[in-house]
Design a protein around this ligand. Structure first.
Ligand code: SF4
Ligand code: SF4
Length: 439
């Protein structure tokens, strides 16, 4: 694609980066075939190619974001399906980040929209606040339809996403690290994830148990904060950088500080961002070298388990698992077969639904900010999943887990919970209940 940025514009690093990305696009349109919003809405401006044109136009003319560009960028899920389809290697992820930042800096948002975004930004990344709000939210849940009537349907969606049962355990004191330290073969940091540790603490528990059992010592940094994904997807790069710097300090205070064998991440939405810290902090002199180390250490739990040749201690037979591939894992990190191989090695019958490359509509806060599209994508995903008659649905991202759970009574669990079960841990609670009911 030809671009016509002036030399002066190209002196700005972000514009230079955008220019390089834009020039790799061939306008071929292959990406439109796998873009969820284009499939659903059929509008070229809701396709990757259409959005690329809108971004190019906006940045080249160095003009404030107009309503049209903002509207269609807001409808992008950042699922990155377009990146795995693109034959030319267009780096849509970083182009979208640049565009979102420009939109945030120059576009217009109503007071109502800014209020909703500010609520999300000030609650979701903080486990204690989120937990408190969820308890409070349960009181309001029966009245959620009132929020729709007063034009705040985002609050209705938030209330609907609150699970029926809330975890009560103390966030920082729940891992049973019971093996003598001397027997540990490896030492890793486990990233807890801000939303995950509140919504489904059993995922981190299962991960710690499983790793301990296989001779891996698990360390958690009390200074860990949100990975920054939430801010980044809202175009708030400065806030995202603050989170990233905080975490680099938490995990690697200096280049000579104690090194770990890996930084284990069980929420793939966070994993995609942490693996990209070296890019996010590329211009931060004090942090760049350390962010490179952190990004290199970051690994999804399924990748790590394969790398240490994980072998389940027993085979669980007769359980039909539909594996839902989170976009952040499949497209963002290109981790596709590892979770399926691991589950099969544990005896599970694993199936993948058709359109496994299409997003479930979760996409960070997308299910709250774009509820109409999100629900359509969820229901489409569920149609494909339920046609396979699963006993349980497995996935590797808390966002997908929450989104899919909101549309079905079939238990939805993290892959690692099933692997923990197959190696001596408990059966995931929701699955246990379902199996007991069926017995
Ligand atoms: S597939 Fe890649 S090169 Fe083709 S239009 Fe889409 S982004 Fe551009
Ligand atoms: S990130 Fe997803 S929704 Fe956005 S343009 Fe690419 S494929 Fe479409």
């Amino acid at each position: 694609m030809q671009t016509r940025f002036s030399n002066e514009q190209l002196r700005v690093e972000k514009i230079q980066e955008a220019n390089e990305i834009l020039r790799t696009c061939l306008h071929c349109g292959f990406c439109t075939a796998t873009c969820p919003t284009y499939k659903l809405l059929g509008d070229e401006r809701d396709s990757p190619r259409g959005r690329i044109y809108l971004i190019k136009e906006m940045l080249e003319n160095n003009r404030p974001a107009d309503a049209q560009t903002q509207f269609h960028m807001d409808r992008c899920l950042s699922c990155l399906s377009c990146m795995t389809t693109c034959p030319s290697g267009v780096d849509y992820m970083h182009l979208a980040d640049i565009a979102r930042q420009h939109i945030e800096d120059t576009g217009y948002r109503s007071i109502r929209d800014r209020f909703i975004r500010s609520v999300l930004k000030n609650i979701l990344p903080y486990p204690s606040r989120l937990k408190g709000m969820m308890y409070l939210g349960r009181l309001f849940k029966p009245f959620r339809h009132v929020f729709s009537k007063i034009g705040l349907k985002e609050f209705k969606i938030m209330l609907e996403l609150i699970p029926a049962k809330l975890a009560t355990k103390n966030i920082k004191k729940r891992y049973d690290v019971s093996i003598d330290k001397k027997t540990f073969l490896k030492r890793v940091i486990l990233m807890e994830g801000c939303v995950q540790q509140v919504l489904r603490p059993s995922i981190n528990e299962a991960t710690a148990r499983l790793l301990n059992r296989f001779g891996v010592e698990v360390v958690i940094s009390p200074k860990e904060a949100c990975c920054g994904a939430l801010a980044l997807h809202m175009g708030q790069e400065t806030e995202a950088k603050i989170s990233a710097k905080n975490n680099v300090d938490a995990w690697l205070p200096n280049l000579t500080s104690e090194r770990f064998d890996a930084l284990i991440i069980t929420a793939s939405g966070c994993g995609t961002v942490v693996k990209d810290y070296d890019h996010l902090l590329a211009e931060e002199e004090e942090y760049h070298a350390r962010s490179k180390v952190v990004s290199k250490l970051a690994i999804d739990i399924s990748e790590f388990l394969e790398s240490v040749n994980f072998q389940p201690s027993r085979k669980i037979s007769g359980i039909r698992v539909v594996y839902h591939s989170a976009c952040s894992l499949k497209h963002g990190q290109r981790v596709t077969e590892e979770p399926i191989r691991l589950l099969r090695s544990a005896g599970f019958e694993v199936f993948e639904p058709i359109e496994s490359h299409i997003c479930c509509g979760s996409a960070g806060t997308y299910n709250i900010l774009q509820p109409d599209i999100s629900v359509q994508l969820r229901d489409r995903k569920l149609d494909h999943i339920l046609s396979l008659e699963p006993d349980v649905i497995a996935t590797g991202n808390i966002g997908c887990l929450t989104q899919i759970s909101s549309g079905t009574n079939i238990p939805v669990v993290h892959t690692v919970e099933l692997l923990d079960w197959a190696s001596g841990g408990p059966c995931p609670f929701s699955l246990k209940e379902t199996l007991e009911r069926k017995a």
